[in-house]
Design a protein around this ligand. Structure first.
Ligand SMILES: [Fe+2]
Length: 218
């Protein structure tokens, strides 16, 4: 029995060693190809993006009005930490030190997110609706990046790396659907009923002035 366990363990180690040897050969063969260089840059870009998203989500979960959205953002934050670790596994498999390369697109999306969210009233459904759309813009960039890099990994027959990318891709797609569900189930409808307090006060006082000058009662 002990011998059988030992043999299975040995077999597993042998398969893993073989897989990593095969991957090393593929990397050596492809590392100077422009598409392979693009792939490495894409992983570095995502590594920067995921870390920046993690920081943003930490902040956004406290800005959400409903507990439902705050919980969803917190779950996404935990998922994002896993995504960072998966990218580190990919760097390891590629025999490269983890390195973040600034993702200009994500930096722009995050900047826009911070601007539009700060323009919404605190503790409002409008803020939640805007937080959801901003989060979905992030998701869609990630889905495009992970999906594209997954296809390149498959093209270079780097199946282990492709599996890691696919796991994250599926989680990003699930999060995107969950955010749509939250928005469509009630947040958008309730946000559509909200008034801008300042604007409605101004419009009331404009109306009053008009009525007074026209000799009407308030
Ligand atoms: Fe992610």
């Amino acid at each position: 029995m002990l011998q059988a366990v030992f043999t299975i363990k040995n077999l597993k180690n042998y398969i893993l060693m073989n897989a990593s040897l095969n991957l090393s050969k593929k990397i050596l063969k492809n590392k100077y190809k422009p598409l392979f260089q693009f792939f490495i840059d894409g992983i570095k870009d995502l590594y920067w993006a995921e870390k920046a998203i993690e920081t943003l989500l930490k902040k956004n979960k406290s800005l959400a009005y409903t507990e439902e959205l705050s919980d969803a953002i917190e779950n996404h934050e935990k998922q994002t930490q896993k995504h960072v670790l998966r990218l580190e596994k990919i760097f390891h498999a590629l025999n490269i030190k983890p390195e973040a390369k600034k993702c200009e697109a994500m930096a722009g999306i995050i900047k826009e997110d911070e601007e539009v969210v700060s323009n919404t009233p605190e503790n409002s459904m409008t803020r939640d609706a805007v937080l959801i759309i901003s989060a979905q813009k992030i998701e869609h960039y990630e889905i495009a990046s992970y999906g594209g890099l997954l296809q390149i990994a498959l093209t270079f027959n780097m199946n282990h790396i492709a599996d890691l990318l696919e796991k994250t891709l599926l989680e990003e797609e699930e999060t995107d659907l969950l955010l749509s569900d939250i928005a469509e189930s009630h947040i958008n409808l309730e946000a559509a009923e909200e008034e801008d307090d300042e604007e409605s006060e101004n419009s009331d006082s404009r109306e009053n002035k008009k009525n007074k000058s026209a000799g009407k009662k308030d």
